[in-house]
Structures are given as C-alpha cells and as structure tokens.
Design a binder for this molecule. Structure first.
Ligand SMILES: Cc1cc2nc3c(=O)[nH]c(=O)nc-3n(C[C@H](O)[C@H](O)[C@H](O)COP(=O)(O)O)c2cc1C
Length: 439
C-alpha cells in the first residue's frame, strides 16, 4: 500500500484563532462541556482522523499578575476528557498531554494503561516537560526546573513507565474460573526501576496495555527536547511554517534517531496546520477579515505585550509604540527587534502594532479552498516535509466540518488518505509496531 497521510485533530475549545470562540457559528456557552467535545470528536472520526489531541499547560493565562478574560476557555484535564471520549468514539486515537516534571511514573503508567484498556488500544501520551515558570508556582516551587534537567528526568520517567507496562507478559491474564487461576504469576515481574530521579518497584496491578505501550508523542524544539524525541517519540508534533524548514526538521530527526538505533518508520512527524476554508478563495479571504475584526483590541495589546515581553496594557492604544523604552527595558531577541524596527519605520501606534501581531500565527496557516489546501498538503507530504498534519481549525466545530466534508474527500480521491480505518488501535492506524513484550 502506498504511503498515506496521517491526521491529528489538535483540539482547543472554540478554535485556534484567538477570536475563534467569538465566531457566530461557535457555541461559546457550550465550550468545555461533554456535548461539545462529543460533537467534535465524532466529527473527527467521521473524517477518519487518526487521533484527537488534548494539550495541557498547568496554569491559567496570566501576565504581570493579571488574569485575562478575553480568550476562550482552555481544555479541562486531558486524561479525564479523553477517558470520557473513549465511550463515544470507536476508532479515533486519543492523545492526552501529561507532564513528566510534576508527576510520578507509577501513577501515570497506571493512568495510560487504564486508558489503553478502556479505549481498546487507542491511547497516546503527549510527553511534555512543562517549560513555564507559571506552572511551577502551582506545584510548590518558585521557578521551572532547568531545561536540561527536565529532559533528563523525562527520559528516566519514560524508562520507569516502560518497565511498568512491560511488567505483565503476554498471556499473563488467564481468567480461568474453572481452575481458579486468574493470572499467571510466572509471567508477571516487578519493574525495579532505579534512576537518579525515581525508584519504582512495580508491577502495575493490571495487564500490559492493549498496544503494549500508549503511543508516545513529543513536541520539544530545543536540542535536549529533540534528543529526547529521537529516543522515545513515536509521533512528533512540530510548528513549521516553511516547507524547507519542515523538510530539514524531518531529515535531521531521522538522522538523530539513527544515533539511537531507531529507523525512520518508527516515527510519524506531524506539523501543525491551521486552515481557514471557503468555497471560493474570495470567501475564505472574507472569513479571514471577519476573524481579524473579531479580535478584541485588548487581546491584540495582550498578545503584543507577550510578544515584546513588555507590559502595554495601561497605555493609551493610540500612542506611538514606545520603541526606545522597550529596547531599554531588556535585550530584544531577533524576532522582537524585527517587530520593533517595523513599528518604528511605519510610526505604528500600540493599537496598530497589536493588530499586526494578532494576525500572526506560530503554526502554518492556510486560507483558501479545500482543493487548494489539498494541493498544499500533498506537496508537503510528497516532498518529504511531513508524514501528516496536526490540524488546528481556526474555529470549531464549523471549520472542522468544512474540512471533513470538503477537504477529506479530495485527499481520499487522490489516494492520499484512508477511506476506512486500518484497525481499531491507534498503532495500527499510524502504522506503528506494537513494542514486543519482554516476557
Ligand atoms: C503542537 C505542540 C503542542 C504542544 N503542547 C504542549 C502542551 O500541551 N503542554 C506543554 O506543556 N507543552 C506543549 N508544547 C510545548 C513542547 O512540549 C515544548 O516544551 C516546547 O515546544 C519547547 O520546546 P523545548 O521544551 O524543547 O524547549 C507543545 C508544542 C507543540 C509544538
């Protein structure tokens, strides 16, 4: 069979555009509830998506001691959400984000083993190390752990989890009522994991997960993050806006994996993609303007303050952007300096600069028709830039519905995407092998 695209749905209540939750088609009052998530997950399944991905930040949007109330709500607890969704879907892979910095391996191995059993082999874990200081404040610490240390702990965490998942051998569960033998102790062993961060005896009190392990996902972009991914990731989410960068990222990931004795077919690389679709190009462009007009001016100023790392909330938005003051306050990074130079040259007010920033996207975004989107996706896929995409509709569920009903059939007609699921397990659909049992 020829190589097929893999598709993830990156859920963010309301949508990935900052003003998505305000769009007329978005049910702002229902966001975050079971009916909303069920509708979106079932729509993704109708579109034959491989997986449904829930992120987690462990802090509320806040800056300089202020809470911000003009953006949509965040996701609730990912593992609880995904457990609930396993009951209303049949094939969709379910990927939850969990931090290795603020948990213990036994508990997490148990949660994902449970999720994999409950869902019949559809669990995935987006392994994050949580970089934000704001999260540390919620876990009895003042600052985040240093990045290198976070990733060392992350690797030890995964080693401990794998040892736990491997504790029950294949066939250890007998359920032989007549003989009174429920499971075979000869096929069950303690994990006995010992590393600088953890000491975990095990075994878990449940059989090996249906998929051996949940599919391990990673999204770190720094050198330690990328080495971590090269060692453990089976799917990688990444933010790439240029095809050349995506090609280089995929090639260098494969090269890095080879250093750890792993082959390219052991990973699926999925850049984020946020498409705004219309039945004509003009309609899509009109929707783009509609969304830009829905960005509340304070959201723009907030985003600008975050981008420049300089508080502008209390200024008059019609004042000129205080470029000299910002430069003086701190050493500007290259991207901030680019924005400052642009603002200076165009004598931008705070409001004007905010409007420009509010339109920018860190992930690849696309505005056009389903056919044009399919062309772009095909080009990236066939030129080695990716194995699929993590789709980030600008607003849900309407733009997801348009993608499912109008773009998916185009990809299917071109032989680029499945018409039916290959199987019920996430590993089968992603084309990933089940890790062999150790006993
Ligand atoms: C598509 C995508 C989704 C991510 N989701 C989360 C998340 O839900 N929670 C989180 O703490 N970090 C998340 N991250 C951040 C990464 O895990 C990582 O920390 C970040 O990209 C910085 O890389 P580094 O840790 O290697 O410096 C995500 C990154 C990407 C690209």
């Amino acid at each position: 069979m020829s190589r097929m695209l893999k598709l993830g749905l990156f859920i963010y209540p309301g949508g990935h555009h900052v003003a998505g939750w305000r769009h007329a088609s978005t049910p702002a009052h229902r966001l975050g509830g079971m009916a909303y998530y069920t509708e979106v997950a079932q729509l993704a399944e109708r579109g034959r998506f491989d997986l449904f991905f829930v992120g987690d930040t462990l802090f509320t949007r806040e800056k300089d001691g202020r809470f911000f109330g003009r953006q949509g709500i965040s996701n609730p607890d990912p593992v609880s959400l995904i457990s609930a969704l396993s009951a209303v879907t049949e094939h969709l892979g379910l990927v939850a984000t969990l931090s290795t910095t603020y948990h213990e391996p036994y508990l997490i191995a148990q949660k994902f083993a449970t999720l994999d059993h409950l869902s019949g082999g559809r669990a995935g874990w987006n392994v994050v190390t949580t970089w934000e200081d704001r999260a540390a404040l919620n876990f009895s610490r003042d600052t985040a752990m240093a990045k290198a240390d976070r990733y060392v702990r992350g690797k030890e965490f995964i080693d401990a989890c794998r040892a736990l998942w491997d504790g029950w051998g294949q066939g250890a569960l007998l359920a032989d009522a007549a003989a009174g033998r429920h499971h075979d102790p000869a096929l069950i062993a303690a994990a006995n994991h010992v590393s600088p961060s953890f000491q975990v005896r095990g075994p878990l009190r449940m059989p090996r997960p249906v998929q051996g392990w949940p599919v391990l996902v990673q999204a770190g972009g720094s050198p330690p993050g990328r080495h971590f991914a090269a060692q453990i990731a089976e799917a990688i989410f990444t933010a790439q806006t240029r095809i050349e960068d995506a090609q280089a990222f995929r090639a260098s990931t494969h090269a890095l994996m080879a250093e750890y004795g792993r082959a390219p077919h052991e990973v699926v690389i999925m850049p984020g993609l946020s498409p705004l679709l219309g039945s004509t190009e003009a309609e899509a462009k009109r929707l783009e303007e509609e969304l830009a007009d829905l960005v509340h001016p304070e959201v723009g100023v907030w985003m600008l303050s975050e981008n420049l790392n300089f508080p502008l909330y209390d200024r008059d938005p019609d004042d000129l952007l205080p470029v000299a003051e910002i430069r003086q306050a701190r050493q500007a990074t290259a991207s901030v300096e680019t924005n400052l130079k642009y603002a200076e040259a165009n004598r931008q007010t705070i409001a004007q600069a905010a409007r420009v920033i509010a339109r920018s996207r860190s992930h690849n975004s696309f505005v056009g028709t389903p056919e044009q989107l399919a062309d772009m996706m095909q080009h990236w896929f066939e030129s080695g830039a990716c194995d699929g995409f993590n789709m980030m509709p600008p607003y849900f569920p309407e733009q997801l519905r348009v993608f499912v009903e109008h773009a998916v059939p185009v990809l299917q007609r071109r032989g680029l995407f499945r018409r039916e699921y290959e199987g019920r397990r996430l590993r089968e659909n992603l084309g990933l092998a089940v890790p062999p049992a150790r006993r």
